[in-house]
Ligand binder design. Structure first.
Ligand code: PLP
Length: 356
């Protein structure tokens, strides 16, 4: 089966080999306070910085999921106000989780066919945390770099926190345009679930240290204290970190990788037109490069998914309100060109067979 599911998704081809290697080398049993672990931590962060072009003065911490990142930000970064701009299910969930911990969380929903209009926003003078989902996996939209640049320029005092779960390690992110970026690894990293990275600017660290919330095992100042020693607060997913290190070793630089992701994305867009399928999002500039949602009526979507499955192709289900009226195609780096060709052939044949 070839999985085009946008998370958990197809993992890197070498994962079985790397897992075996980790067992043989005893990595799976190393102590997380040992020198061996600390050097694994250091090397993995070094590779992430190099391959993803993370600024040298930003720091990387390991957590277990993007959901945990929502909670860490809500408890340790949001001190009063947080502003959540979202157009889909993941951004909304982040807002909902934050609201349970902070009644100063404010949500603004924008239309998924609209670009986030930073000029119209009028946030309080009092600095808060602006929360954005760079790539909204549920509906296949993204917020582009220039919008982050505008926000940063307009609100220099605020902290910008960004969920980049389904785009980090797939497209090039301009980390300088925000303070906190995070992603879990079962999407563009091509790794098994159970690990997340959170990338913090010096400003974010200073902010968290000033607030100094320490009531939780995963309070950000505690995580930062441990990070300085190349350690974690609890026993981490050491195998996951090892797999990340191995996968990052073999990945090209993100600028090179992004090129091939965008090339593929453009091919998919042309293909959809050719086979008379519609992208869920009509505004081309709002479309994600890494998650492609295709819409149709319920019967059609059910039919195409089941026919695909018979051909060994797993299309991603729609998410939330689009569960039955879309299918999603992950355009993630671990998916090979020949797998994309198989999907392309299938979609062409399916359209010819008059199944519309
Ligand atoms: C998948 C996803 C999440 C949730 O990730 P977990 O690892 O399950 O916590 C959060 N945000 C976005 C944008 C996602 O795509």
């Amino acid at each position: 089966m070839i999985s085009f599911y946008p998370g958990p998704s197809r993992v890197d081809d070498h994962i079985p080999e790397y897992v075996q290697e980790a067992c043989k080398k005893g990595i799976v049993s190393i102590n997380h306070r040992s020198d061996e672990f600390m050097s694994l931590y250091r090397r993995t962060v070094k590779l992430l910085k190099k391959k993803l072009k993370i600024p040298e003065d930003y720091n990387v911490i390991f957590l277990s999921s993007a959901t945990e990142c929502w909670e860490v930000i809500a408890q340790s970064v949001v001190q009063g106000l947080s502003y959540h701009f979202y157009n889909g299910a993941f951004g909304e969930k982040w807002f909902e989780y934050t609201r349970k911990l902070n009644n100063g969380a404010i949500g603004y929903r924008f239309g998924m066919n609209l670009l986030l209009k930073t000029g119209e926003l009028d946030l309080s003078e009092q600095p808060g945390v602006i929360c954005l989902t760079q790539n909204e996996t549920s509906n296949g939209t993204q917020i582009q770099t220039k919008q982050f640049e505008k926000l940063r320029a307009k609100y220099p005092e605020h902290i910008l926190a960004v969920d980049a779960t389904s785009s980090m390690a797939g497209i090039e992110l301009e980390f300088k345009t925000a303070d906190i970026w995070y992603a879990s690894v079962q999407k563009c990293f091509g790794l098994p679930a159970g690990l997340a990275v959170m990338i913090c600017s010096p400003k974010a660290i200073e902010w968290a240290r000033t607030y100094d919330e320490r009531d939780h095992y995963n309070s950000l100042p505690r995580l930062l204290d441990m990070m300085e020693k190349h350690q974690t607060t609890c026993t981490p997913n050491v195998l996951g970190i090892y797999l990340m290190m191995r996968v990052m070793e073999s990945r090209p630089k993100i600028s090179v990788l992004e090129k091939s992701i965008i090339e593929r994305y453009n091919k998919y867009i042309t293909l959809l037109e050719e086979v008379s399928l519609s992208h869920l999002i009509s505004q081309p500039e709002a479309r994600s490069f890494t998650v492609i949602p295709v819409k149709g009526d319920e019967d059609y979507i059910a039919n195409i998914k089941s026919k695909a499955k018979k051909k060994g192709i797993v299309l991603g289900n729609g998410y939330g309100e689009y569960k039955d009226t879309t299918f999603r195609i992950a355009n993630f780096p671990a998916i090979t060109n020949s797998e994309v060709e198989k999907l392309t052939d299938f979609l062409r044949d399916f359209s010819k067979s008059g199944s519309h």
